[in-house]
Design a protein around this ligand. Structure first.
Ligand SMILES: Cc1cc2nc3c(=O)[nH]c(=O)nc-3n(C[C@H](O)[C@H](O)[C@H](O)COP(=O)(O)O)c2cc1C
Length: 171
């Protein structure tokens, strides 16, 4: 196959989307998107879109987020309450999940403001998004700065419970 070579930013692609380097979007294309939820210190529900993560099943089932910004509510929750849910959206609720990026004030319930419904997890005190077809309840295991002084960390969580809604038709 004759592939076009790009050494630089391709024409028609903006230097930054959502504040990310364009290469991050290119390399994220094959990766799943998830909405990571938890409760902020004020008790209100939080939602954070994440794309750079993978799984490992050695001994336990782990998720490793490759690049979590320390200035997000998600990081505050991961290092404080240490309980999260990874929710996988289908097409029907993707726009609602994406809306949490704009509905990002500390003072609001980001999930309700984005038209999403939730209940507490069975094993963690974190919101399980009902519209999402797969919900992984997690506890934080460890974090590591990408380099000394970095404002991003790699974050490892252990899955403690999962619920999968059958009959997925809209993924
Ligand atoms: C599709 C998508 C993927 C994202 N992936 C990540 C990610 O991997 N790491 C990260 O720190 N932020 C990521 N973001 C940005 C956060 O979702 C965004 O900064 C969010 O507003 C943070 O919410 P919070 O402050 O409530 O945690 C992503 C955003 C989108 C739209």
């Amino acid at each position: 196959m004759n592939k076009k070579q790009f050494m630089d930013l391709p024409d028609g692609i903006k230097e930054e989307w959502w504040g990310f380097h364009w290469l991050e979007h290119v390399t994220a294309i094959p990766a799943p998107l998830a909405l990571v939820t938890g409760y902020k210190e004020n008790g209100l529900a939080n939602g954070t879109m994440q794309s750079w993560f993978c799984f490992s099943s050695v001994k336990h089932f782990y998720c490793i987020f490759g690049s979590v910004n320390k200035y997000t509510h998600m990081y505050e929750i991961a290092s404080g309450k240490r309980q999260l849910v990874i929710n996988f959206p289908d097409r029907a609720c993707l726009e609602n999940c994406m809306a949490t990026v704009k509905n990002n004030s500390y003072e609001i319930d980001e999930l309700s403001a984005s038209g999403l419904h939730y209940h507490d997890g069975s094993n963690v005190k974190a919101p399980v998004v009902e519209e999402c077809f797969l919900n992984l309840e997690c506890e934080v295991e460890w974090e590591k700065e990408l380099f000394e002084g970095s404002d991003h960390v790699a974050l490892c969580v252990r899955i403690v419970w999962e619920s999968l809604r059958l009959g997925i038709s809209n993924y």
